[in-house]
Design a protein around this ligand. Structure first.
Ligand code: IPM
Ligand code: MG
Length: 361
């Protein structure tokens, strides 16, 4: 198979972690007899510096012409970087929101899995981490507060800011369908997370999700309020299978879910539209404080490349080979600094990429 991949190295640690994912993909495609072509585009701060805007039309067109997009991370230090002196629509994050919207990537899949080898790095109580967990956050990605109308004005001398949270039933239905489909292939449970005791958008979310559930009698639907979900994630994460939620709640809960796996550096994600096209990126940010030091953890990006093979190309054996290689390296005791515990072997970003690549078979 020929794989036409657009890469967005981005900012901060982005270029180093994407380089490791490319290394692993090159190895996989060589072992399994595929051809892979990488084309880089600029986004975020790198694009602001080179082109004066966080995402150019040309970059969008290049991404649209690819089979899939593999991204590192974008953005800088929000208090010190000059990018954050620009108006909001010119900042690095605007590029990410624009590509999500332009490519119609409404379904954001963020798996959170506790590798048994990393149980020692899990911040939860031992009795809880011993049980392990394997959950998937299905986050709506192109609606809600992120894309509603917003403005700031002065009313009677008082500065006032407005953000709008809107969802229509079609937006809710299509992400709910994705969640139920995913649950069917996993443990058969969807927990729909909302704030239905306060928000109208959440009450509609609950109603539409119940309608979708009627088509999936084999999947159990449970509703949970978002504040309770935040608590349950640290109390008993093993209870979850698929967590279905809107954009902003999903942003917050997915950081929490990733942290309880031991490190945010382990978590991959896929952003999908109705077709097989997807954008794959680690769930973590650009970590500007450690950029260029060869100490970042490339595993989240490497696992995102594995998700890409699975979801955009149906290359399941190849995707498995990456996950197996990651597990093998962890089992052998290799760790980047973020997941290092006494008695293991500390390695850098580049070496971690090579160790994983060497174990692809
Ligand atoms: C994420 C990030 C983005 C988001 C930011 C960078 C705009 O936090 O992918 O979770 O909030 O969606
Ligand atoms: Mg986030």
């Amino acid at each position: 198979m020929k794989l036409n991949i657009v890469c967005i190295p981005g900012d901060g640690i982005g270029p180093e972690i994407v380089a490791q994912a490319k290394k692993v993909l090159d190895k996989v495609t060589a072992v399994y007899g595929h051809e892979i072509v990488f084309t880089d585009i600029l986004m975020g701060g790198a694009s602001i510096d080179a082109c004066g805007e966080p995402l150019t039309q040309e970059a969008i067109d290049t991404a649209k012409a690819a089979d899939a997009v593999l991204m590192g991370s974008i953005g800088g230090n929000t208090t010190t970087s000059p990018w954050y002196k620009l108006p909001p629509e010119k900042r690095p994050e605007a590029g990410l929101l624009k590509i999500r919207k332009e490519l119609g990537l409404f379904a954001n899949l963020r798996p959170a899995y506790l590798f048994p080898e990393l149980a020692a790095a899990c911040p939860l109580a031992k009795g809880t981490s011993d049980k392990g967990f394997d959950l998937l956050i299905m986050r709506e990605l192109t609606g809600g507060l992120y894309f509603g109308a917003r403005h700031t004005e002065v009313i009677d001398g008082v500065r006032t800011a407005v953000d709008t949270l809107t969802y229509n039933e079609n937006e809710i239905r299509r992400i709910a369908v994705k969640a139920f489909e995913a649950a069917r292939k996993r443990k058969g449970k969807v927990t729909s997370v909302d704030k239905a005791n306060v928000l109208d958008s959440s009450r509609l979310w609950r109603a539409v999700t119940a309608e979708v559930a009627a088509d999936y009698p084999d999947v159990t639907l449970e509703n949970m309020l978002v504040d309770n979900c935040a608590m349950q994630l640290v109390k008993d994460p093993a209870q979850f299978d698929v967590i279905l939620t809107e954009n902003m709640f999903g942003d917050i809960l997915s950081d929490e879910a990733s942290m309880i796996t031991g490190s945010i550096g382990m978590l991959s994600s896929a952003s999908l539209n109705e077709t097989r096209f997807g954008l794959y990126e680690p769930s973590h940010g650009s970590a500007p404080d450690i950029a260029g030091m060869d100490i970042a953890n490339p595993i989240a990006t490497i696992l995102s490349a594995s998700m890409m093979l699975r979801y955009s190309f149906d290359l399941n054996k190849e995707a498995d080979s990456i996950e197996e290689a990651v597990k093998a390296v962890l089992k052998e005791g290799y760790r980047t600094g973020d997941i290092y515990t006494e008695g293991t072997v500390k390695v850098g970003c580049n070496e971690m990429g090579s160790l994983i690549s060497d174990r692809i078979k």
